[in-house]
Design a protein around this ligand. Structure first.
Ligand code: HEC
Length: 144
């Protein structure tokens, strides 16, 4: 079992490395890292929700805290209109900056509100659903 888990972790790391492979613009790289950190925390909570990982309320709440903290950086990370062929960011981000910023604030506030509320495994699904909506709301409009 341990070996299987390790293999899965390695695969996850491998795809993350690939996603950034060849990114040359350092501002693009930095914002991708913020997103990746957010994504990793979501995966952790998701793994708990699916029972692939032992439930740990503290770990889940601190993952949500981390998502809130990272989301608070989204606006400043995208302020510079940095471009890279590997980027999935759409130009509309800078054309409709107000909407983009408010989507970032929505994600931050949702994570902030949820952090600390996870008490049992049963709380995970709804938290993931609420937060996931805020990711989707931005990605569907601003990400390729
Ligand atoms: C305000 C908009 C916005 C919000 C909110 C947002 N994202 Fe993103 N996300 C983006 C954009 C734009 C990109 C593409 C960045 C690029 O390629 O330059 C991205 C990329 C990503 C990536 C790929 C990073 C990589 O390695 O290239 C992951 C993973 C991700 N987001 C996860 C999440 C999760 C999970 C949430 C919700 C908890 C979330 N995002 C919320 C805008 C957002």
């Amino acid at each position: 079992m341990k070996k299987a888990k390790l293999a899965i972790a390695m695969i996850a790391l491998g795809t993350a490395a690939l996603a950034h492979g060849g990114v040359e613009n350092k501002d693009v790289m930095a914002r991708m890292m913020v997103m990746e950190t957010i994504g990793d925390q979501m995966k952790l909570v998701g793994a708990m929700a699916k029972g692939q990982m032992a439930f740990d309320a503290n770990a889940a709440n601190s993952a949500l805290n981390e998502i809130a903290a990272q989301s608070a950086q989204i606006v400043s990370m995208f302020e510079v209109r940095a471009e890279d062929p590997k980027s999935e960011a759409l130009p509309v981000i800078w054309e409709d900056w107000e909407t983009f910023s408010s989507r970032a604030t929505d994600a931050e506030h949702a994570a902030e509100k949820l952090a600390g509320t996870i008490q049992s495994e049963a709380d995970l699904g709804a938290a993931l659903g609420q937060l996931g909506e805020t990711c989707k709301a931005c990605h569907s409009q601003f990400r390729k």
